[in-house]
Each structure stands twice: as structure tokens, then as C-alpha cells.
Design a protein around this ligand. Structure first.
Ligand SMILES: [Zn+2]
Length: 413
């Protein structure tokens, strides 16, 4: 078991009883959400500044902060003097990142990532577990055990607020089901139901590209709140799109299936029976297999191939640069169809090989008709190194920020 523990905070607050009898109308929940998001964006922040930024009345902000403090989502900081010296002091509020913990699971083709996050989306701990040979139920049972261990070891005094799950393939968020994940060999797996009964937590599940769209909008670049496309190129290749307040799902949450987009210059056979599909051409599995066939690797290992390229091996680097051009083709097409404010790439080579992103941008510059400033538009993820942990956790975190007075906190009270 390999644990990365970069941001473990020493501050722990004992779990306390949460109030269970609040008036929870939809409008009240919506304005509490506005207050909580303002603190996420600008905290520590005085109540008067929240009122200015949100347009809510001072009385409404005071009411919501009192409630959010009682729920353990906000905390008051020590008083600061007012701007003009003596007079009414400012008592700033900030997110209470020490009391609760949000659990996140990402299910990839070869391993599961199990993580704990605080209310700001900081990854407190993440654990990668290989899962070759496990069926769906065994894998979900194993992730439950790992989660229990992480909670016991790293957050014994915090209250878990629920579990977010992200994975590739076709995920129906409404029913909590993985409809199809070809590389895992899953069909109609009721992940939410299985994990709810296994953990006892509230569980939310979404496709990982959509989850990372939520993460970018909630915790990453503000520009993504206008409109954003996320292109995920790992073993699975998929995309997601959001505009305004809406992450697009489409009927049965099937949006974003770009795996079989044809790309120029690839003859790689695809599992769909055709050749030259985007996923077959650029997936990590394909690249690792090529690296092994070319004698660069003893095993078909993408991380080893990436390490070779990062250390300057010219053949490995060329494999990644050729792949970057294909990723750029898909990015250009998505930009022309959707014209987003930004397109975010989630790709391990973009994070670790500095030359890949310029090649992708150059391909977009050459092919796209809609893209203006390609440097501004085509960017890497805001969560390099923790993108999978973040994808899982944010599925639950986003639901919490959406409705902080809703059923999540009612469950733990
Ligand atoms: Zn195909």
C-alpha cells in the first residue's frame, strides 16, 4: 500500500452533533450555496464583503453564516480591527476544513484511487490500488475496505460527508449506474447501490470527464464557469462540456463519448471493429504496447514509457509527440463544435512532458477555425498529480456546495 500524504493537516476538530431540524426550502438552500461558494472563492472574508459580492442582504448573509457555522462548514476567525481603526470589528469567516472529510474513489482500468479531501478540495491522502482480475463487486468491496483504513488512519476525528465516485465509460448519474465500461468489462453495474450498502455513506457517481469539469469550475480556473470542455486522454478517452451553470449530460448521461472519433494518420485497430478511432490511437494502453513492441520496455507499462520520455529517450519522446498531434486533432474539433472559453486537457504526458502541450496547441492552431488565442484556450488540468482523487471527491463535494442545507448533512446529523 503506497500512501501519498502531502497535505495532511495537523488540525483536527472533534466530530460534533449537527443540528437536524432546519428549515430547508429550495430558495434557502440556493442562497446558502451562494454564501458557501463566496467563502470558497474569497475566504477568509467578512460577512459585509459576502453581502457585497453576492447581492444578498446583510441579514440574509448573517443568517446563512450562523447556520453554516452550526453545520461545521464555516468557522469564525479571530476578530480584525475595522478599516478605520476602532469601531465595529470584522469577524471574517472561512471554510472549516478541519471538521469534515469527503471521500473520493476513481475507478481506472488498471487501478482504483481512493482518497480523502477537505472542504476546499485539498487531497489529504490518496492511495492507488491495482485491481487486475477483480470483478465489479469484489473491486467495490475492496475500495470500501481501503476507505475504512484511510478514515481510521488519517481522519479518525473527522465526520465523513459522503463518497463521490468517478470513472470512465458511460455513467448514468441519475441512477448511479455504470451503464457500460468496455475496458473494465462492466455493464449495468449499480455502483451507487453497492457502495451505499458497503459504506453506509451517501454516494454520488459521475463520469470522470464530467467530474473534472465540476472540479475545474468549483475549485480551478474561474474562466471555466463561462464554458469549458474537458478532454480526458488516459486508457479511457472521453470528454465533457459545461456552460453557465449546467454540466451537460444528455439523455442517460451519454454525452462526451468521443472514443470513436476518427483521427487522421492512425490505422490502429479499435475494439469497435474500425480503425483509427481516437481512443484506440491515443490510449495509454496503445502507447505502452507500442513501446514494448519497439523494445523500449520489457512490460507494457505506460508510466515506464513516460519516465523514459521524461529522461530524454528520443524514441519514447517521438511516440508521445506523435500522440500529442492526434490529441490536438480531437481538441480542435471539440473547440470548433462547442467554442468553449477553455478546453482543459487531462493527460499524464501533458503534466510530465513540457513539450507535449505546445504540440497539441500547434495542432489546434492549424486545424481550428473557432479558436482565438490558443495559449489561453487550450490548458492543462488545474489538478496535476491529484486529478483522479479530485475527480472522485468532487462528485460529492460539488453536490454539497450545490445544496449545503440538503440531505448530505442531514445524514450525518
Ligand atoms: Zn472505434
Amino acid at each position: 500500500m503506497v500512501c501519498h500524504d502531502p497535505l495532511m493537516t495537523s488540525r483536527r476538530v472533534g466530530a460534533e452533533d449537527l443540528p437536524g431540524t432546519l428549515s430547508r426550502g429550495p430558495r434557502r438552500g440556493a442562497s446558502a450555496s451562494v454564501v458557501l461558494r463566496a467563502v470558497l472563492d474569497h475566504g477568509p472574508i467578512a460577512r459585509s464583503a459576502i453581502a457585497r459580492r453576492t447581492g444578498l442582504s446583510a441579514a440574509a448573509v448573517t443568517g446563512h453564516t450562523v447556520e453554516l457555522i452550526r453545520l461545521g462548514l464555516l468557522r469564525e476567525l479571530p476578530e480584525e480591527p475595522g478599516p478605520k481603526g476602532p469601531g465595529r470589528p470584522h469577524v471574517p469567516v472561512d471554510l472549516d476544513t478541519g471538521r469534515h472529510v469527503v471521500c473520493g474513489v476513481h475507478l481506472a482500468v488498471h487501478h482504483a484511487t481512493v482518497a480523502l479531501l477537505d472542504l476546499r478540495g485539498n487531497v489529504l491522502v490518496q492511495h492507488e490500488e491495482p485491481h487486475a482480475g477483480l470483478g465489479a463487486e469484489e473491486l467495490l468491496a475492496r475500495t470500501t475496505e481501503i476507505l475504512d483504513d484511510l478514515l481510521l488512519e488519517h481522519a479518525p476525528d473527522r465526520t465523513p460527508l459522503g463518497l463521490g465516485v468517478a470513472t470512465g465509460g458511460w455513467v448514468d448519474r441519475a441512477s448511479g449506474t455504470v451503464v457500460e465500461h468496455a475496458m473494465l468489462g462492466w455493464r449495468d453495474v449499480p455502483v451507487r447501490a453497492l457502495l451505499t450498502s458497503g459504506t453506509g455513506f451517501a454516494v454520488e457517481i459521475d463520469g470522470h470527464a464530467r467530474a473534472l469539469v465540476r472540479a475545474e469550475r468549483l475549485l480551478g480556473r474561474r474562466r471555466s464557469r463561462e464554458s469549458v470542455v474537458q478532454l480526458f486522454t488516459g486508457n479511457v478517452v472521453d470528454a465533457a462540456f459545461a456552460t453557465g451553470d449546467t454540466v451537460h449530460h444528455g439523455p442517460r448521461s451519454a454525452a462526451g463519448a468521443v472514443a470513436h472519433l476518427p483521427v487522421d494518420g492512425s490505422t490502429e485497430p479499435c475494439r469497435c471493429g474500425r480503425a483509427g478511432c481516437l481512443e484506440a490511437a491515443v490510449s495509454e494502453q496503445t502507447l505502452a504496447r507500442r513501446g514494448a513492441e519497439m523494445g523500449l520496455l520489457a512490460d507494457e507499462s505506460f508510466p515506464q514509457l513516460l519516465a523514459l520520455a521524461a529522461n530524454g529517450d528520443p524514441i519514447a519522446r517521438k511516440l508521445f509527440f506523435d500522440r500529442a498531434r492526434l490529441v490536438g486533432q480531437a481538441a480542435a474539433l471539440l473547440i470548433d463544435v462547442l467554442n468553449p472559453e477553455i478546453l482543459v486537457l487531462v493527460d499524464r504526458s501533458v503534466a510530465q512532458l513540457p513539450d507535449c502541450l505546445p504540440i497539441i496547441r500547434e495542432e489546434v492552431r492549424t486545424r481550428s477555425l473557432a479558436c482565438g488565442d490558443v495559449e489561453e484556450t487550450v490548458v492543462g488540468t488545474s489538478f496535476p498529480g491529484t486529478e483522479l482523487a479530485t475527480a472522485g471527491g468532487v462528485v460529492m463535494l460539488d453536490a454539497l456546495f450545490e445544496d449545503p442545507l440538503g440531505p448530505l448533512l442531514a445524514r450525518v446529523s
